[in-house]
Write a protein that binds this ligand. Structure first.
Ligand SMILES: [Fe+2]
Length: 610
């Protein structure tokens, strides 16, 4: 009898971004975040929908699993929360009491919860939080050996860890401990500048180029004591996350000229200067850590994970300024990726299976690891809505869609397996013409329902990346920021330079203005044909038509909504917004021809859009 394959299910939940991942004999079969199924952004509850999808996609039931692996150690984390409380007691009693019911009800009972939810009585394993991040960074990477650096808010105790990966082994060599944390430092400023913690850190990064680094010295003098090796201690007099209910305390507000910005109130120069200063400090921490890890390990390649690895401006600098020869970043760098890391950790480290790195290409499969839908399934949904559509041949599709993009149409694009990780990479995307100066505001206001200071990200043909950007490296997961090439830049006049906020962004500053930030940078996705042939061919057809190998790629959702997962969500999002066309499987829908969408309830309320 042939050997039965070994299926391992990884789970992350109960903190942020719940997810599940299925690995068969070391190969990643499926991975998805729970928010895409529950339709609750950053859902951290038990990932029942994601687990169900993973098992279904693998064609198995829970009884076929060799082991289920959870991405952190609940008891260790509980110990950290208890000890933190005791260290600050009696201050912090309120936040402690608020956290306790969930711990007593759910978190301490994770093993029995998992067994019950899955109807599973096989073995359960628990990795440490940073082990799971490290495994998610190293095992899918193209490298046989590499230095590993993981940076995030906090798991059990560790907030940063580094070590090495070789073959099937991960060795962690050092850690930075709570409350000193690069992720929590970033989150504190995210809170103070009026954005949502654990969710909108990327907005602070996007805001940074509008500001001046005025507060860098204040941060070094008062908030953190940064060492040459990148480790640091935070002055907890200014932060309130150990004992209070907010991230920052009154001292923080005194340092930076008044209380935190109220969410949704107008942004001012203060927030921009704070974002800029924080970004400067964060990049310095990342670069110092990278140099330290390089010195300590002697490795030539570096892999990254943890929420801070979503700081693609910092990543871009690590790549450009070294000292590593090469870099790979887990696209699901946040806690969702912990599910994948936990499963891979079990296969390689626990079961001790050999690993030969794929070399060249990584084993993440372009992160297209979520559900996909056949034309039959899609057509059934379209019929349900009486949608008007026409079928277009695969061969004709790229040129057809390229024509629509060139005519400045905004297109909902739903093709193949959904992305694992926070970025849309050409499976659940909204696409448009990067050359169009109007596209930036049209897409923000009419489609995403936000007035954004952030430009969109470009998808570029991989072989053309260095003709448009100062980047000579693959960036398939949109995790590297690099400048738009000088030849494409349009210098600003003095008057334009003095503009503020959105007005400044509305000045075309390159021949691809919709994807160029105010500092001439872009958050780049390189597209290779073998990863997504239809997406690649469409950009190629656009290039043949216009000479431009770049299009806009933004996620297929409106503000506050998780990225669409199923055809039904795609159709509804298309109909609720002013998107012009929907290209879904083999079908093309023109908005002008659609019957109006009958809605139950107020969908804008559902996503907190008024
Ligand atoms: Fe984490």
């Amino acid at each position: 009898m042939a050997n039965r394959p070994t299926y391992i299910l990884g789970i992350s939940c109960f903190y942020h971004d719940a997810a599940a991942a299925l690995v068969r004999d070391g190969i990643i079969i499926a991975a998805a975040q729970e928010e895409r199924f529950s339709r609750k952004k950053h859902d951290f509850g038990f990932p029942a929908g994601a687990v169900e999808f993973c098992l279904r996609h693998g064609g198995i039931t829970a009884s076929d699993l060799a082991v289920v692996v959870f991405y952190d150690k609940p008891l260790l984390k509980f110990e950290r929360i208890l000890e933190t409380y005791l260290a600050y007691a009696p201050r912090g009693l309120r936040s402690f009491l608020m956290a306790m019911p969930l711990w007593l009800k759910e978190k301490l009972w994770i093993p029995s919860l998992i067994r019950e939810a899955l109807a599973y009585d096989g073995p359960l394993l628990f990795t440490e939080h940073h082990e799971a991040h490290a495994a998610s960074a190293f095992f899918p990477s193209p490298f046989q050996r590499a230095a590993i650096l993981t940076m995030d808010g906090v798991g059990e105790w560790a907030t940063t860890s580094y070590g090495t990966g070789e073959g099937n082994r991960i060795t962690l060599l050092g850690e930075l401990h709570f409350p000193h944390s690069p992720g929590l430092l970033y989150s504190a400023f995210t809170y103070f500048t009026g954005f949502k913690v654990n969710s909108a850190e990327y907005k602070v990064m996007g805001l940074a180029p509008f500001g001046e680094p005025k507060h860098v010295n204040t941060i070094y003098e008062h908030l953190i004591d940064l060492k040459e090796d990148g480790s640091f201690k935070m002055n907890m007099e200014y932060f309130d996350y150990c004992a209070g209910l907010t991230m920052t305390g009154p001292g923080f507000a005194e340092l930076f000229g008044g209380p935190p910005r109220q969410p949704e109130s107008p942004l001012t120069q203060r927030e921009m200067d704070l974002a800029c200063s924080l970004q400067v400090v964060t990049e310095e921490i990342m670069l110092r850590m990278a140099r330290h890890v390089h010195r300590e390990t002697g490795e030539k390649q570096l892999v990254l994970a943890g929420g801070v690895a979503l700081n693609c401006v910092g990543n871009g600098r690590i790549l450009r300024e070294g000292p590593f020869d090469d870099l790979w970043i887990q696209p699901a760098a946040g806690d969702a990726g912990g599910a994948l890391g936990a499963a891979l950790f079990a296969w390689y480290s626990y079961y001790d299976n050999p690993r030969t790195a794929p070399g060249g290409k990584d084993a993440q499969q372009a992160s297209f690891l979520g559900p996909e839908f056949s034309d039959n399934e899609i057509e059934e949904i379209l019929k349900k809505y009486d949608a008007v559509y026409r079928r277009i041949d695969r061969q004709e599709m790229p040129a057809h869609v390229a024509g629509l993009i060139a005519a400045e149409k905004v297109i909902g694009w739903f093709q193949g397996r959904m992305e694992f990780g926070p970025r849309a990479l050409g499976a659940r995307s909204i696409i448009g013409d990067a050359r169009s100066p109007a596209m930036q505001s049209v897409m923000n206001l009419k489609i995403k329902f936000r007035e954004s200071f952030r430009p969109f990200a470009p998808s570029v043909l991989a072989e053309k990346v260095s003709t448009c950007f100062a980047l000579d490296h693959a960036s398939p997961y949109m995790l590297l920021v690099a400048p738009v090439r000088h030849e494409l830049q349009i210098p600003m006049t003095g008057e334009q330079d003095r503009l503020f906020g959105i007005d400044k962004l509305n000045v075309a500053r390159s021949t691809i203005p919709a994807v160029t930030h105010v500092d001439y940078s872009a958050r780049i996705q390189t597209v290779e044909r073998e990863d997504h042939p239809l997406y690649y061919d469409t950009i190629k057809a656009f290039e043949e038509r216009t000479g431009c190998p770049v299009i806009i790629n933004t996620s297929f959702n409106v503000r506050g909504e998780p990225i669409v997962c199923r055809p039904e969500e795609a159709y509804r999002c298309f109909m609720r917004t002013e998107m012009d066309y929907l290209v879904i499987g083999s079908f093309v829908l023109n908005k002008a021809e659609q019957p109006s969408l009958k809605e139950e309830g107020d969908w804008k309320k559902e996503f907190a859009l008024d």
